[in-house]
Design a protein around this ligand. Structure first.
Ligand code: SF4
Ligand code: SF4
Length: 380
């Protein structure tokens, strides 16, 4: 039983990681986890199949009620920022799951990364349930329960960890392979496999060495620069070195000299570098793609309106805020780490936060809520 579970878990993880670009919808509705009673906590998650599987694995031994809301088979953060996991998804699963007859409280724990898409005020008003924002990672839920539903600073933060970088590399490699191989196959014949190996090398090395670039990116984020930056140039040159390793290996293995074949190989390698670089920041969970014009907007605070509720501190995945509990005011000492996810703006009950660009253009909270203006949401 145990072995078959791990085999199943491993296979699902591999397949759904390879095809991460595509939705994997699971059944929505109510699930009993362990042996819950009417006092047990209620958790809500999205209906991305791998998320549910990981959540259940991470919470083995716990007793709780699980609500799976419709996110169109997309993971929590992408769905919440892109309006696939929204107020309607939460209200409808609460109303249709029968959860109100199973528990004697009205508290529901949502993943913190759902905060850009779900308004706690609206949920409270429409169904009377109070949202508690749980940890970012399912692996922290056990500790979160033990800490009496208090989150540590680490539980709130999104990082672009090694395992996630590997997952992104695998996803991009698979996607590139299925798109490019039908073209490369007839064009390069046997050498197509070598070319595929080269793109694997570039993607892997580029994403694994992300921390090398991160410091430069961070400085540029502070200066609000767009596409043509020193950081992007450095990344480009480093990736060019990776591609050159591929070209050298090609020469060594195939023993080609300076022929047309080698020139063609260099051109394709160069195009691969361009391809990888184009979306390297956008592949991370901590930077926006350079193609997003709204990355030039900052979160600003209207201190007149702030009443020190600390909700922004609770939902910020980059730990940007500090609350002055005496003055009951918020400050943003780690502003440069902001990824413009909009969670704080959406959740602030007094509309004290908003987006503003260098020219002084303001995006009001109601516009952010309505159009999901954020890290990767829809832009109307
Ligand atoms: S959520 Fe709004 S009111 Fe509360 S501390 Fe943050 S900015 Fe101030
Ligand atoms: S400060 Fe930035 S990262 Fe933090 S919640 Fe607000 S928009 Fe998201």
């Amino acid at each position: 039983m145990r072995i078959s579970y791990y085999i199943y878990y491993g296979l699902v993880t591999i397949v759904e990681t390879l095809m991460r670009m595509f939705p994997f919808p699971a059944k929505t509705g109510y699930q009993r986890i362990g042996n819950p009673d009417e006092n047990s906590p209620v958790l809500l998650t999205c209906n991305f199949h791998l998320t549910i599987l990981r959540l259940k694995k991470a919470t083995r031994g716990l007793n709780y009620h699980l609500l799976v809301a419709n996110s169109k088979g997309i993971n929590v953060w992408c769905a919440a920022t892109g309006d696939s996991l929204n107020n309607h998804s939460v209200v409808s699963v609460i109303k249709t799951s029968g959860i109100e007859d199973k528990v004697n409280h009205k508290n529901i724990i949502l993943p913190q990364l759902a905060a850009p898409g779900i308004e706690s005020k609206v949920i409270q008003k429409r169904v009377g349930w109070k949202i508690l924002w749980g940890p970012v990672d399912a692996k922290d839920i056990l500790d979160y329960f033990e800490a009496n539903f208090e989150k540590s600073a680490e539980m709130k933060q999104v990082e672009f960890r090694f395992v996630q970088r590997i997952e992104m590399a695998i996803m991009w490699i698979f996607l590139a392979a299925i798109v490019l191989m039908p073209i490369w196959g007839p064009l390069f014949k046997l050498e197509a496999a070598f070319l595929l190996a080269q793109i694997c090398l570039i993607y892997f090395l580029a994403l694994i060495s992300f921390p090398l670039f991160e410091r430069i990116f961070l400085k540029e984020v502070e200066k609000k620069k767009a596409f043509l930056t020193l950081g992007n140039l450095v990344v480009f040159l480093i990736n060019l070195v990776y591609a050159s390793i591929g070209v050298v290996l090609y020469v060594v293995i195939y023993q080609k000299d300076y022929s047309w074949m080698l020139l063609r190989w260099c051109i394709v390698s160069f195009l691969l570098v361009l391809l990888v670089n184009m979306e390297l920041k956008g592949s991370s969970s901590t930077y926006k793609s350079d193609s997003h014009a709204d990355k030039l907007f900052d979160v600003e605070i209207d201190l007149e309106k702030c009443r020190g509720t600390g909700i922004c501190v609770d939902v910020c995945p980059r730990n940007c805020y500090v609350l002055d509990t005496e003055k009951k005011k918020i400050t943003m000492p780690r502003k440069k780490y902001c990824v413009q996810c909009s969670a704080c703006i959406v959740q602030c009950p007094f509309d004290a936060l908003y987006f503003m660009n260098r020219k002084g253009d303001i995006i009001k909270p109601e516009t952010v809520r309505k159009f999901k203006l954020n890290l990767m949401g829809k832009r109307n």
